[in-house]
Design a protein around this ligand. Structure first.
Ligand code: ADP
Length: 215
């Protein structure tokens, strides 16, 4: 839930204006609007990568404002995947779990489940630098969901390389939403990506919501 959320950048530019919004558990929400309308700023504030000027962000009953990014039950699919090329696929997926100091057996079973889900079990031992782009994209999504986040944040830069990659990514994030029950917040400026059945499309202009509709 976002309540009266505002963002003014240090140079005085107002990027998000008094945004209030309620999102249900398990929804697939798409923020849609022209470049510069504030979509990524919202995502970054939810993720904790950007300070909030005023307003509140809740996840369930928890006020997220003062909770460190890594302690929010969220995952972000990062631009350019941000994988460690000298590590293998297994270790990249396991990273977040190891940071949480989970027991080895639990890490192992979670990594294997994620690998199975994304059909990348056969490349777990391969170094990132030798796998292809499609595989990297899936490893990045595997790493995002392996910690069982309540919400997955996906910025449009995540798969900007080509149309085919974007379609695959859309398919994968829909599966993550439907089959794993994870709420997905997706940002796009492409109208064609706002026509998927079941999504809630939030149209924005100049930092404000102009329309909300369920597809
Ligand atoms: P979108 O994701 O919709 O393309 P953004 O949230 O990235 O839009 O940016 C919204 C507006 O805020 C844009 O006009 C952008 O130029 C501006 N903006 C983004 N980051 C900063 C910053 N650090 N300082 C000043 N203005 C910024």
């Amino acid at each position: 839930t976002l309540e009266n959320l505002n963002k003014t950048y240090p140079n005085g530019f107002v990027s998000v204006k008094n945004l209030s919004l309620h999102i249900e558990d398990g929804e697939f929400v798409t923020f849609f609007g022209p470049s510069g309308c504030g979509k990524s700023t919202i995502l970054r504030m939810i993720g904790g990568m950007e300070d909030i000027t005023s307003g509140e962000i809740y996840l369930g009953k928890d006020l997220l404002n003062d909770i460190l990014p890594r302690d929010r039950s969220l995952a972000m699919a990062f631009q350019n995947y941000q994988l460690y090329s000298h590590l293998n696929v297994y270790d990249n997926i396991a990273l977040g779990l190891r940071l949480r100091n989970l027991p080895r057996q639990i890490i192992d079973s979670r990594v294997k489940m994620a690998a199975h889900f994304f059909n990348i079990t056969d490349i777990l031992e391969k170094k990132i630098r030798v796998i292809n782009e499609a595989q990297k994209q899936r490893v990045a999504l595997g790493r995002a969901v392996v910690c069982k986040p309540k919400v997955l944040l996906v910025d449009e830069d995540f798969a900007r390389q080509n149309e085919y990659r974007r379609k695959e990514m859309m398919r994968d994030i829909r599966r993550i939403n439907k089959e794993l029950g994870i709420t997905v917040l997706y940002v796009t400026n492409k109208r064609g990506e706002t026509e998927i059945a079941g999504q809630k499309v939030i149209s924005m202009r100049d930092g404000e919501v102009v329309d909300i509709k369920k597809i």
